[in-house]
Ligand binder design. Sequence first.
Ligand SMILES: Cc1cc2nc3c(=O)[nH]c(=O)nc-3n(C[C@H](O)[C@H](O)[C@H](O)COP(=O)(O)OP(=O)(O)OC[C@H]3O[C@@H](n4cnc5c(N)ncnc54)[C@H](O)[C@@H]3O)c2cc1C
Length: 375
Amino acid sequence: MSEHNFDIVIIGAGPAGMGCAIPLVKNHASLCVIDRATFPRDKTCAGLVTGKTYRLIVSLYDGEAPDDLFCFTSGSVRLFRRTELLVDAPLEHSVRLVNRKDFDNALVERYKQLGGTLYEGEAGLSIDYPAKRIILKNGDTVTYQYLLFADGALSLAHRLLKVDKRDLAFGIEAYIPSEKLSTDSIDLYFGYLDSGYAWVFPHGKTVCVGAADLYDRKTDYRRLLEVILADLGVDAADIPFKGAYLPYGTVIPQDDLDDNILLLGDAGGFTDPISGEGLYMALQSGAYAAKALLTTAEPKEAYLDYMDRLTRTVKDGKRVQKTFYSPPVHKLFLKKVVGKSALVSYFFEQMVEDYRYEYRDVRRLYSDYKKTHKE
Ligand SMILES: Cc1cc2nc3c(=O)[nH]c(=O)nc-3n(C[C@H](O)[C@H](O)[C@H](O)COP(=O)(O)OP(=O)(O)OC[C@H]3O[C@@H](n4cnc5c(N)ncnc54)[C@H](O)[C@@H]3O)c2cc1C
């Protein structure tokens, strides 16, 4: 049995872990990444890559992301009330989609090609926090100065912090062959869920049909997806469904953790509580953590400062989520949005493609829209 000493250990080789590990390895930092899965591995995710996420991916590839990373490019978004089309909005900038199994594996391969060390298939990790030591399956030990949790919505760190209450959504999805159901648009379906939406996203030879809502143990998510698929005219027999949790409006407080422990991506509660988009915050938190570790004497403080804006986005977004899905507001929204393609495109460009406004400024966004559009 041997001991491997690193300055930084990252638990989780998903987008948050790789978003941090790739810049670190490029800068010759001493690090390793540990994941319980063996890659390529599946990840329940609809794979929507917005402009702001795309730019972060490009930076991981030094300016040019390989085209085969993406399985589809779409130029429009459509909103439905159940199956009734409300609005079809062209997008100024196309959005991309990824197959998560391929995408995550590509990032892991990039990290390894750059010389990065990965311990995979390491389920049931034993971490000795006072000794700053992790014991691997084969009995080898790994020591660290900094420990970064990038291990998803149900992070091991939540046990350490004794986090017992946090807002999680549960998402369920199925991949349907395009011969059975097809779309070229980003299709969002309202009216099926109390605090979330369903979607149909094009993935090339398949479409991803899914639904995500604030988690409620009484909800039968499988049945819900069956109903949606039946409404879309798809026979769901023999089609596998997969479900997963995602953070949905609670930032996990990191101040109670030691200064050498950081939470990234879903582990830190970083997803957008309106759209459920998590790839951006995962990659961005990874990039910020790397920057803090590489350039500052007090990385935790610097990291939390860099994350300030995204922390606000989650907290303010949670308030907007509650208002948006309150029955009177939601009903009014579905009535008023009919035919408003310019408004939907504007919102998408300003708030989804990029965070040009904060959620606390959403009224200003609307008044700016009204100043420039006659629709
Ligand atoms: C149904 C659904 C649809 C979604 N659709 C979108 C979308 O279209 N666009 C978007 O931007 N976001 C979407 N998201 C959110 C997005 O998938 C997540 O926010 C994103 O994957 C977070 O990345 P991460 O690296 O933080 O965590 P993850 O991607 O979950 O990666 C965590 C890694 O840690 C490993 N791990 C976990 N536990 C341990 C452990 N104990 N020990 C060692 N390793 C461990 C896992 O194997 C995994 O490799 C969706 C989520 C769901 C559930």
